[in-house]
Write a protein that binds this ligand. Structure first.
Ligand SMILES: [Zn+2]
Length: 138
């Protein structure tokens, strides 16, 4: 049973990474581009357009989540060298250890999951809840 749960988690994290690397995370900006009637503003802060970069890197909640997961070093050393989330994630996956890349995959999944909880369930997770699994569970 635990093996099956672990496999399901790996598939979920992998699917999220696949969506990021293919540029097909359904952010509000992408939904508006596809004629969906909704705001293009970030679902967390409501201050900037919700691009994939903003949702996973630029938003205050995303930055703090990287920090609470103990992964801000990986982000800060790359943030100004890449223009797209895809390139940044690809660089982490190709240059860092499998453990570090796995923790980043978990964090990205948690950030997106927490964002979806705001949209669909009107609940906001704490930073510790967002970054905790990436910090402890990988
Ligand atoms: Zn935001």
């Amino acid at each position: 049973m635990e093996k099956r749960i672990k496999q399901k988690e790996d598939e979920t994290f992998g699917f999220n990474l696949w969506r990021i690397c293919r540029g097909c995370v359904p952010t509000c900006v992408k939904l508006v581009q596809r004629q969906v009637l909704c705001t293009n503003l970030c679902q967390w802060c409501g201050m900037e357009a919700e691009t994939d970069w903003h949702a996973f890197i630029g938003c205050t909640i995303a930055k703090e989540s990287w920090s609470s997961a103990g992964l801000s070093e990986l982000l800060l050393s790359r943030k100004h060298h890449f223009n797209t989330l895809q390139d940044l994630v690809f660089d982490i996956c190709s240059r860092e250890s499998a453990e570090a890349a796995g923790r980043v995959a978990v964090l990205l999944w948690q950030v997106w999951s927490a964002r979806n909880d705001v949209v669909w369930n009107d609940t906001r997770k704490t930073l510790l809840a967002i970054g905790g699994l990436a910090l402890n569970g990988w």
